[in-house]
Ligand binder design. Structure first.
Ligand code: PXP
Length: 240
């Protein structure tokens, strides 16, 4: 069975729009767990645009399922991840101006930055996953770096249509074969929706899918009518 990692970053995005206390991603993690999530995923970005340090501290204490801490290789964030000690850390590239994580890590840069982050995390006994494009050289390098898993970037697949999308699916499937032949655990994520997820979940040996925006979007709409009805009931106070 494919495991579901629920990325709750965008619950925090709504909260940060008002710099208030609701909706609390900690509460969202609780409901995700009740809904059958296998993993709670959060990305503590360097610019703290959604998830805050306080969130990861509390999630570490309250999440009963696997906590997957997404992070860049920035030493400050790697240190916070080490101190939080989640079961899994997923290293991703991060640029301040991006709307969301745009591409996979480039493991072939050879500047030692990813290697240092992996070493620190592994020294703490944290399982490391690398978010990479479905590219043979990247996968082989990931294996050489001794990580537990790779997360294949499904963003191109999600954006493509028709024959292009089938080509992207083939690329991801081939990448999955390469990864599992090398003994790497296979994860995937980014841009997955209720409409496009099934072919990705059907890739042989797929272990974990990390999905955020689409689930949060759906939750807002599915819950909207009930939320309005609740407010409408509350304001029906008797007039003097
Ligand atoms: N996996 C990784 C590594 C990501 O960076 C993201 C986006 O935060 C996701 C999965 C989830 O992507 P989406 O929000 O598009 O489902």
């Amino acid at each position: 069975m494919v495991e579901l990692g629920v990325n709750i970053d965008h619950v925090a995005t709504i909260r940060q729009a008002r710099r208030t206390v609701e909706p609390d991603p900690v509460a969202a993690a609780y409901f995700a767990e009740l809904g059958g999530a296998d993993t709670i995923t959060v990305h503590l970005r360097e610019d703290r645009r959604h998830i805050q340090d306080r969130d990861v501290r509390i999630l570490k204490e309250t999440v009963h399922i696997k906590l997957n801490f997404e992070l860049s290789c920035a030493p400050e964030i790697v240190d916070i991840c080490c101190a939080t000690h989640p079961r899994q850390a997923t290293l991703v590239p991060e640029r301040r101006e991006e709307v969301t994580t745009e591409g996979g890590l480039n493991l072939l840069r050879g500047d030692g930055v990813v290697e240092q982050a992996i070493e620190k995390l592994r020294d703490q006994g944290i399982e490391v996953s690398l978010f990479i494009d479905p590219d043979r050289e990247q996968i082989e390098k990931a294996e050489a770096l001794g990580v537990h898993a790779i997360e294949l970037h499904t963003g191109q697949y999600a954006l493509a249509r028709g024959a292009d999308q089938r080509r992207e699916l083939d690329r991801l499937t081939q990448a999955g074969v390469i990864a599992t032949d090398l003994g790497l655990r296979l994860h995937a994520g980014h841009g997955l929706t209720y409409q496009n997820v099934i072919p990705i979940a059907s890739i042989p040996n797929m272990f974990e899918l990390n999905i955020g925006h689409s689930i949060v979007s759906r939750a807002v709409l599915v819950g909207f009518q009930a939320a309005v009805a609740e407010m409408k009931r509350l304001i029906q106070v008797p007039r003097a």
